[in-house]
Design a protein around this ligand. Structure first.
Ligand code: ME8
Length: 516
């Protein structure tokens, strides 16, 4: 386990309003970052906004403002959304910041010096919406329509600077062979390998048909292609372009670049080749999740099923932030299939997992201790029986899942502990035994074992459910706050006699349905 942990989201386009997709990817990264910080790793979690390019220029013009004013307005909204959803990012990089622009120019100079850039004419199939050329094979496969928007591709021709991506094919192939987990999940890696076999085309580095971008050093008529500019954010935030932020150099390479599947090629092929040319280490893993659809259909503004900010705020207002996170993190498109955001599924998940499991289990245990032992942790003369070993094994599983960015299995392991506690209570029926004074020691052991397991589960659940798990730990008397992780997760943190309060974490909500 290395001492640092670093994770990035894509930087989001400022020409769009924030929606479920952005909040989802950011929440995945936030959850991992919280888990790493809890474990004492020196953590860096980066997000930000992608502010150059023709789309931003066009939106700004359509709204009668300058591109910078448009970018400022929308970047502020993305930042406000991070606060609203209590994301714990360590930095927010904007591609129009001088720190980024300066370093991008320096990095492009280095690419030029490395002999991997050249000026040439190019003609090909261009996806205007995505600002992206498609190969002939790919264009044909997509019936000459954008694979993203479905709008027709246009035949475009330009004289540009190019990055000699084709020269990197052997190195990329060797890298993929040596690092089977460089792209995950496996289905996504296979896609990349398939496309690599079709051959690599050089990629444009600059554009001339608009001006909203970073000028190409030494060639002022050209601006750096927005995708190249954007990819560099991962290293400019750390000052790697000019050595300007020495204390952040340790956060490179990133452990995880978390992205949506539609931008995999840029991250899995173009970006690594650029890093190779710059002789910088590659990120350890590019994790490409799938897409949210909504109520069974692709999200679209015209269908009215778009999970926009207002909808997300509605869910948060009705069910709370933990519920929104839990639904996204356990029912979301973390793997290679898309996931459906349905109001009913959201409600059922909330009731089954948060109300009936996490909430019910914690309130049962704290209420019984309240009633039977006057709210003080009872003594367990049986030393935990099988529970310490079980908890220890679940903690280790959870740690392994977190290290591997397997958030779904980590969440399942954590909530699984509470299901065990519930089953144990149902089997041993301490509420019945408590009526017999001769069984007091037995009841004490049962409830102490339950409470200690709830404490450990609350730590494992905290990155997923930060709000109520913090409350739960306070209710349990905040044992071991400030202790290192390795001590916190060891059995026995709740000492006999510790006062605890009865908790009610997740209120029962009767009616499903999209909040108004
Ligand atoms: O592509 N489901 O920015 P972007 C899940 N600026 N995630 C989704 C989603 C959905 N329906 N829709 C979007 C860009 N996302 C570039 C990135 S990085 C150097 C430059 C998420 O604003 C997902 O993470 O279009 C996707 O990759 C990202 O938002 C795209 O955000």
């Amino acid at each position: 386990m290395s001492a640092t942990a670093s994770i990035t989201t894509p930087i989001y386009y400022v020409n769009d309003r924030p929606h479920i997709g952005h909040v989802f990817t950011t929440t995945l990264c936030d959850t991992w970052a919280r888990a790493m910080r809890m474990r004492g790793r020196d953590t860096f979690f980066l997000t930000g906004t992608d502010e150059h390019g023709v789309k931003v220029e066009k939106s700004a013009t359509a709204n009668g403002v300058s591109p910078q004013a448009w970018a400022d307005r929308n970047a502020a909204e993305f930042e406000a959304v991070l606060r609203l959803f209590q994301q714990t990012n360590d930095d927010f990089i904007r591609t129009t910041q001088p720190r980024h622009e300066r370093q991008v120019q320096a990095l492009v100079e280095r690419l030029k010096a490395a002999g991997v850039l050249y000026k040439g004419a190019f003609e090909g199939w261009y996806d205007e919406g995505e600002e992206n050329y498609l190969t002939e094979t790919r264009a044909k496969e997509c019936e000459y329509k954008s694979p993203v928007s479905g709008r027709p591709l246009v035949r475009a021709k330009e004289e540009n600077w190019y990055f000699r991506l084709s020269a990197f094919a052997p190195k990329l192939e060797a890298m993929f062979a040596a690092n089977p987990d460089f792209v995950r999940p496996a289905a996504r890696r296979n896609e990349v390998l398939g496309r690599l076999r079709e051959g690599l085309q050089d990629v444009p580095m600059t554009r001339t048909n608009f001006s909203w971008g970073i000028p190409m050093p030494g060639d002022p008529g050209h601006v750096i292609y927005v995708w190249i500019d954007a990819l560099f954010n991962y290293v400019t935030a750390l000052g790697l372009g000019d050595g300007s932020v020495k204390e952040r150099v340790k956060y490179w390479p990133a452990d995880y670049h978390v992205i949506g599947k539609e931008i995999l090629w840029f991250h899995a092929v173009i970006w690594p080749a650029m890093l190779m040319a710059l002789e910088l280490p590659l990120p350890k893993c590019v994790y490409a999740h799938s897409f949210w659809i909504s109520e069974g259909q692709k999200m679209s503004k015209s269908l009215g099923n778009f999970i926009d900010l207002a909808a997300l705020e509605g869910y948060m207002g009705k069910y709370g932030l933990d519920a929104l996170r839990w639904f996204m993190l356990t029912r979301g498109p973390l793997e290679s299939t898309d996931a459906d955001f349905r109001a009913l599924a959201f409600h059922e998940t909330y009731v089954a997992d948060l109300v009936n499991t996490v909430g019910n289990c914690s309130s049962r245990v704290t209420a019984m201790i309240g009633k039977t032992f006057d709210g003080a942790m009872p003594a367990d003369a049986r030393g935990g029986d099988a529970w310490p070993a079980m908890c220890d094994s679940v903690v280790k599983q959870w740690e392994g899942h977190m290290d591997r960015f397997e958030l779904g299995p980590a969440a399942a392991a954590a909530i699984g502990l509470l299901r065990e506690v519930d089953g144990f209570i149902n089997r041993t029926e301490p509420f019945k035994l408590a009526k017999d004074p001769a069984k007091r020691d037995e009841v004490a052991s049962i409830l102490a074992q339950c409470a200690e397991t709830v404490r450990i589960a609350s730590l494992l659940l905290e990155p997923f459910l930060p709000q109520r798990m913090a409350d739960l730990q306070v209710a349990l008397g905040a044992p071991m706050a400030g202790e290192p992780w390795a001590r916190k997760v060891v059995w026995g943190g709740l000492k006999a006699g510790t006062k605890m309060a009865k908790v009610a974490l997740y209120p029962r909500i009767e009616t499903p349905g999209t909040p108004a």
